[in-house]
Design a binder for this molecule. Structure first.
Ligand code: SF4
Length: 342
């Protein structure tokens, strides 16, 4: 047993030997193979762009840079899934289970009839076992959640919210046009409806210190989250944040990859073991980047380095987490259609 934690040396609470609660391993264990996400751009927009909340959008956002090239809204959902599967087959030949990932813009920002049509088209594709729906915290309501709850009886169902930071001053500065309290309400409501919850966070946003960012680990640990995704701020050409960065670079903490590796490990040590981690980094095609501090280093290479360093340091997700505020154990396990647990 590891001293002071109650964790078994060879088996962490997430049931495999990686040093963090990796969502890929959860799915591999559950379905007996890798479950591949396939991205879709269903042609939605977002209230932070269409004038409902604002027209400028978030200061760092350029959707073309964030979405795979095969995702084009003029192609049908079915066609995008089929192209996505072909794309991923080059690397993961054996995957036969897929999650349709509605990724671009806000994928619950439309009337229910429209959502029903695109979601059900995706679910009808052979091998698609569920949906991951990316959206904003202010684009969900009980009617939509009620419908997704019905789907969750047959399929894996998750909503992934762009939260980005726990600090309202930063949310204001990056023009997210919602508060952290909005994000917490959306997560709570979604969890109450029995839908898996995901969240996306960015490290390196303007005005935030490393201490601020590390402080988010305990805040995030308290949220009703199934999984999280992290990435480092990337300065995309043509965005508002590029102009801000060029004018005042000292207001940004753009990590070198070595600093980011150390930071992520310290962050994971404080994060509850009960939340699955999907990724540590983001990777935008280099042609979109105004600044390339990690030139040449790919996401998967950095992820391997992070895991290797965790082994070297003999540390793991949650090692320094404050367990006096531990969340209920059941939140460690995603909700699956048959309600079984591993
Ligand atoms: S990041 Fe998301 S919420 Fe912000 S402008 Fe882009 S699509 Fe809209």
């Amino acid at each position: 047993m590891r001293s002071g934690t109650g964790l078994n040396n060879s088996l962490y609470p997430w049931g495999h030997d990686r040093r963090f609660n990796a969502s890929t391993d959860y799915f591999r264990k559950k379905y007996g193979e890798r479950v591949q996400k396939v991205s879709i751009n269903a042609g939605f927009t977002c209230p932070n762009r269409d004038g409902t909340k604002s027209t400028g959008g978030c200061t760092y956002c350029l959707n073309d840079a964030f979405n795979p090239s095969y995702c084009q809204p003029e192609k049908s959902v079915t066609f995008q899934i089929s192209e996505g599967i072909e794309f991923h087959k080059k690397r993961y030949r054996r995957a036969t289970n897929y999650l349709a990932y509605f990724q671009a813009y806000s994928n619950t920002y439309a009337p229910l009839e429209v959502l029903r049509e695109v979601y059900e088209e995706a679910l009808a594709y052979p091998g698609v076992i569920g949906l991951i729906i990316g959206t904003r915290p202010d684009c969900i309501d009980e009617q939509k959640l009620g419908y997704l709850k019905e789907l969750a009886e047959k399929y894996y169902m998750a909503i992934e919210y762009g939260i980005e930071t726990c600090y309202d001053k930063t949310l204001l500065r990056i023009n997210r046009a919602h508060t952290f309290a909005d994000a917490v309400s959306a997560l709570r409501l979604t969890a109450e409806f029995g839908i898996n919850t995901g969240a996306h966070f960015i490290f390196g946003l303007p005005g935030e210190t490393e201490k601020d960012m590390l402080g988010e680990a305990e805040i995030i640990s308290e949220l009703p989250l199934t999984s999280v995704k992290f990435h480092q701020l990337q300065i995309i050409k043509g965005t508002v944040i590029e102009r801000e960065f060029m004018t005042n670079p000292s207001d940004f903490h753009l990590f070198t990859w070595e600093e980011y590796l150390e930071f992520i490990i310290r962050f994971l040590e404080k994060l509850t073991p009960g939340i699955m981690v999907e990724r540590f980094t983001g990777e935008v095609p280099p042609r979109f980047l105004a600044v390339t501090p990690w030139e040449g280093l790919r996401n998967d290479q950095l992820s391997s380095l992070i895991e290797r360093k965790m082994e070297e340091l003999d540390t793991w997700q949650g090692r320094l987490h404050d367990f006096t505020t531990a969340r209920p154990h059941d939140r460690m396990i995603p909700r699956l259609p048959d309600q079984t647990t591993t």
